[in-house]
Design a protein around this ligand. Structure first.
Ligand SMILES: Nc1ncnc2c1ncn2[C@@H]1O[C@H](COP(=O)(O)OP(=O)(O)OP(=O)(O)O)[C@@H](O)[C@H]1O
Length: 254
């Protein structure tokens, strides 16, 4: 079993008297896609925000590749190898699709630059950006300004930027929300492609059970901010605690 890439330890946040995330301890491993599920208001997005640094924990720790990142800003966490789609992109609306991806690669290379590595040449940057666009099927739009893209294409570009950054952990929060029936499968294929990399750890907050069923290796369930179930999808779906958390709702309808 590989070492965990991301660990949360007793991670907790209180908003006034309300505990939105309640002592969540969980380890995530490369080669595994974990779906994070739970009813509305369970704390899923807040848990993501604590991991990516959008909000600071009241107590507890987040460790990435063995390093305590609890005190780092969101951008420092990105640099440390944590990829969260909306946070990474900082898309430049007046630049083209290709230029946006090239800038992400350039920023990544600058960070990796040291005496022993040579900075990539312009041609290499463009070639890598083209390869990423090909992977997300945005090649035809490479010279379009980002501001002219549809919502679905912007989401694809967010995934492209995340792939270009080569993070260790990929975080997706309802990646197909607001997408058309035609667009959603492209994003799901991309996530499946990312998950096929044994070095990638993928976290997915998702309500749609068909998406979870097709992608998840593991499901964790949050309820009232606490982790109430963790295991293989079939076991978790069948467990009493999950049925109760969803108050008798059919999980397939969630
Ligand atoms: N900044 C905040 N201030 C106060 N309360 C907050 C804040 N952020 C979240 N909460 C509360 O924390 C709880 C968890 O919210 P969160 O958005 O994480 O749930 P969720 O599981 O992602 O829900 P959904 O599935 O509806 O997106 C909710 O009760 C929410 O109202």
């Amino acid at each position: 079993m590989p070492q965990p890439s991301l660990v949360t330890q007793d991670l907790t946040v209180r908003f006034g008297g309300h505990v939105a995330v309640d002592r969540v301890s969980c380890a995530f491993t490369p080669g595994e896609l974990t779906a994070i599920v739970g009813p509305n208001g369970a704390g899923k997005t807040t848990y993501f925000n604590l991991i990516s640094g959008q909000i600071r924990a009241t107590s507890g720790r987040v460790t990435l590749m063995g390093r305590d990142i609890s005190g780092l800003s969101p951008s420092a966490r990105t640099e440390a190898g944590l990829g969260r789609a909306f946070q990474l992109t900082n898309l430049f609306p007046r630049l083209t699709v290709l230029e946006n991806v090239r800038l992400v690669i350039q920023a990544r290379e600058r960070r990796g630059f040291n005496l022993w590595t040579m900075a990539m040449g312009h041609r290499d940057l463009i070639e890598e950006a083209e390869a990423v666009l090909d992977r997300v099927r945005l090649t035809a739009l490479r010279d379009q300004n980002v501001s002219a893209l549809s919502h679905g294409d912007q989401r694809k570009l967010e995934v492209a930027a995340m792939i270009a950054l080569k993070p260790r952990v990929f975080m997706f929060d309802e990646p197909t929300a607001g997408m058309s029936v035609e667009e959603a499968p492209v994003i799901l294929d991309l996530i499946a492609g990312i998950k096929a990399d044994p070095a990638a750890t993928v976290l997915l907050v998702e309500h749609k059970m068909d998406v979870i069923r097709s992608l998840a290796d593991r499901i964790i369930v949050l309820h009232n901010g606490a982790l109430v179930a963790d295991g293989k999808p079939a076991e978790v779906m069948a467990s009493a605690v999950v049925q109760e958390a969803y108050l008798g709702k059919e999980l397939t309808d969630v």
